[in-house]
Design a protein. Structure first.
Length: 129
């Protein structure tokens, strides 16, 4: 079985918008992950109406597993916030990493790799991995 990988929100948005500049790279990266041909390497939106956004989220949820947030996430998240002295938006990014770790997911595909604090055991992938 191929190792799990979290898809950051920006990847999901670019997948849903064929007109986005990042769509081809994001689509190719997800295809590589789904095909098992990956080579790991270490506040945006599209202005859609709410109903279209909901439809896109529903379509995404039908194709990908949504991670649960077990109680361990809070401690993992707070440990990361303190260890990396995080503030602002980076706290949200650390929460994603904590949710991943609590669910046994150790790879993240994102267009914003530098937004995430370095976390041992987590591989941050970009669409050109």
């Amino acid at each position: 079985m191929t190792a799990a990988c979290l898809l950051d929100t920006n990847i999901l948005l670019y997948l849903a918008d064929p007109g986005a500049r990042e769509h081809p790279a994001s689509k190719a990266a997800v295809a590589r992950l789904l095909g098992g041909h990956e080579r790991p390497v270490v506040a945006n939106g599209l202005g859609w109406p709410v109903l279209r956004a909901r439809a896109e989220v529903d379509a995404i949820r039908s194709r990908f597993r949504v991670l649960e947030e077990p109680p361990a996430v809070v401690d993992l998240w707070l440990d990361m916030v303190v260890a990396h002295d995080l503030k602002g938006k980076r706290i949200h990014d650390a929460h994603q990493l904590a949710t991943m770790k609590a669910n046994g997911v150790f790879r993240l595909l994102t267009c914003n790799a530098t937004d995430f604090p370095p976390e041992p055991g987590i591989a941050i992938l970009t669409p050109n991995f």
